[in-house]
Write a protein that binds this ligand. Structure first.
Ligand code: IPM
Ligand code: MG
Length: 355
């Protein structure tokens, strides 16, 4: 049966990247069906809310969602894709390939994956006034004052649960195992700031240490997250799979993308037990909106991950190889990569490079 994909292009320049990506993947002739749930501005223009019930139903009915990037208008849809669909594992690969505009002197062998917990941590969106904490009568041992007397000011909750940690860590171990079977080192790095946050981040790391027992075939290490950030920049080649709580994963996956050639190349897939959606890790690039020069590589690589997820692994690999060929030749690249090609011209070059 034809696989159906819900496409949410997003705002600013993101739809230009998504349009090119969808068209190219469609031209691969895989018999995919594309549906376009109305969300954000286009929905509002029709007198609907930012995330109408029909859009939700279309996402539910699709085999996967392909998402561009949001600057706000389609955020409700994005939140539904994360929390509504419980896509708890955010997979962000960083793989350098010849021609990618890396700042590294020697990027050879940079090939790792950050698995970011996608639903908890600071992303529970529980913030408030410090004075609201009065009934809890909490005393800060470092500041040596009552929490509600620290202000005027605000607090944010950071929530780490055992189940939430275990499922994403298990996912990361399984990914390391699959990668090992494909020739990667079979190493998992778990990182957080457990020296300063022994209860929350400590729980995350303890869960990782416990689960490591189930994966004796995977080399396991823990690194405090600031140390990890330093090592990531100095020698990214030593990493294979890294599992991180949500906020560290958000920040460090952008840093990781910078190492290999920038956010224009950074793909992301968010997986739950029953659903997955795929997006670029970059924002909406409002500064270049309407110019037709946004790099669609991140969307295309996310598309390749989506094809793999849909059981079309060969097509996904074919697409990835075609992208790599275009970069290796270096003749048709977008401005962020030092070229002068348009979004469309780049996508056409990738299409021509499909073998
Ligand atoms: C990302 C983005 C999102 C996040 C925003 C758009 C909510 O930065 O996917 O990394 O913070 O998770
Ligand atoms: Mg981010």
């Amino acid at each position: 049966m034809a696989k159906r994909i819900a496409v949410i292009p997003g705002e600013d320049a993101a739809p230009e990247a998504m349009g090119a990506a969808v068209e190219l993947i469609d031209r691969m002739g895989l018999g995919l069906e594309w549906t376009y749930p109305l969300v954000g501005e286009p929905a509002r223009a029709k007198g609907l809310g930012p995330f109408p019930a029909e859009a939700k139903a279309e996402i539910d009915a699709a085999d996967a969602t392909f998402f561009g990037a949001t600057s706000g208008a389609s955020t409700r849809a994005l939140f539904y894709l994360r929390w509504g669909k419980q896509t708890y594992a955010n997979v962000r690969p960083t793989r350098w390939s010849p021609g990618f505009a890396t700042p590294l002197k020697d990027p050879t062998g940079v090939d790792f994956v950050i698995v970011r917990e996608n639903l908890e941590d600071s992303y529970v969106f529980l913030e408030g006034e410090l004075t609201d904490l009065e009934p809890l009568d909490l005393t800060s041992p470092t500041v040596r004052a009552k929490a509600h007397e620290l202000g005027p000011g605000r607090y944010a909750l950071k929530v780490i649960t055992e189940a939430g940690s275990e499922r994403v860590i298990r996912f990361a171990f399984e990914l390391a195992r699959r990668r090992k079977a494909a020739g990667h080192p079979g190493r998992l790095t778990a990182s957080a700031k457990w020296n300063m946050l022994p209860k929350t981040d400590g729980l995350f790391i303890e869960a990782a240490r416990r689960l490591a027992g189930d994966y004796p075939d995977i080399e396991f290490e823990t690194l405090i997250v600031d140390d990890f950030a330093h090592r990531l920049v100095l020698r990214p080649q030593r990493f294979d799979v890294i599992v991180l709580p949500n906020l560290y994963g958000d920040i460090l996956s952008d840093a990781a993308a910078g190492l290999a050639g920038g956010l224009g190349l950074a793909a992301s897939g968010c997986y739950g037990e029953k659903y997955a959606y795929f997006e670029s890790a970059h924002g909406t690039a409002p500064d270049i909106a309407g110019q037709g020069i946004i790099n669609p590589t991140a969307s295309l690589l996310a598309g390749a991950m989506m094809l793999e997820h849909l059981g079309l692994a060969n097509a996904g690999a074919r697409l990835r190889r075609a992208i790599e060929r275009v970069y290796a030749e270096g003749r048709v690249l977008t401005p962020d990569q030092g070229g002068s090609a348009s979004t469309r011209a780049f996508a056409d070059a990738v299409f021509s490079a499909l073998a």
